[in-house]
Write a protein that binds this ligand. Structure first.
Ligand code: G3P
Ligand code: MG
Length: 242
């Protein structure tokens, strides 16, 4: 069965990368969540997609230049889609990990270190995963493939997967060269042939960001291991009706 991972929580219906979005993913019965992490100036791992707070909060500036205590004063997406949600703080990865103690969701952590060079990010994230005993329920992905290999060297038990959005040639061979058991392609480059050949070669395929019903159906029928979607409730309904 294809698993359903809620992209940035349930970003289609709730403020992305907030606890509200993760709770919604749990409520609708998603199999996992996908979230993005960046590093603050004081070295804390925070859950936010962009390198700056400008788009998703009422603040301005780079995460790398801000201390956690200041970031926590901001409102994260408090007027999302013109609906007023509760005041959200930017979550820390620890906050999400604490919440995960009460459920069995898989967590796909995307390291956002392909634009910023966050020194020591891999060590911090892996140490945290080990402290919580979560090695078997985490998948680490990134567009920075050096970084996921570094994670795998720190803890070979943790699954890694390269993210990509261009026409990578024989991605299943590439994944094997990284020591990855899966690939996370943009749906636009996840052709039938690539998916079929990857699966035939023992590589899991988890395309993102899959929001339309016909795309979901195609990927379910091809046997993808998971899809990453902004609309987990919709995806679950479609999967049930197959
Ligand atoms: O992990 C899949 C997806 O999240 C990658 O793109 O920009 O939404 O983080 P983005
Ligand atoms: Mg992401």
């Amino acid at each position: 069965m294809t698993l359903i991972f809620a992209h940035r929580g349930s970003a289609g219906t709730h403020p992305e990368n907030t606890m509200d979005a993760f709770l919604e993913a749990e409520r609708v019965g998603a199999d996992g969540i996908e979230l993005d992490v960046q590093l603050t100036k004081d070295g804390e791992v925070v859950v936010i997609h962009d390198e700056t707070v400008d788009r998703t909060t009422n603040g301005k500036g780079y995460i790398k230049d801000s201390h956690l205590k200041d970031l926590r004063k901001l409102h994260a997406n408090y007027t999302f889609k013109k609906k007023l949600f509760n005041k959200h703080k930017i979550p820390t990865l620890i906050e999400v990990f604490d919440w995960m103690k009460n459920n069995s969701l898989v967590c796909n952590i995307e390291l956002k270190n392909s634009i910023m060079d966050y020194e020591g990010m891999e060590e911090k994230v892996i140490t945290m995963i080990n402290d919580y005993g979560y090695s078997d329920r985490i998948i680490i992905s990134s567009f920075n493939h050096y970084s996921i290999v570094a994670c795998s060297r720190l803890d070979p038990m943790i699954e890694i997967a390269p993210l990509y959005s261009t026409g990578l040639y024989m991605p299943w061979v590439y994944a094997q060269s990284l020591g990855a058991k899966g690939i996370h392609p943009n749906k636009k480059v996840a052709s039938d042939e690539i998916i079929t050949e990857s699966i035939r070669n023992g590589i899991c395929v988890r395309p993102y960001t899959v929001n339309k019903a016909h795309q979901m159906k195609r990927l379910f029928n091809l046997g993808c291991s998971a899809i990453v979607t902004d609309y987990p409730e919709k995806a679950i309904k479609i999967r049930t009706e197959l």
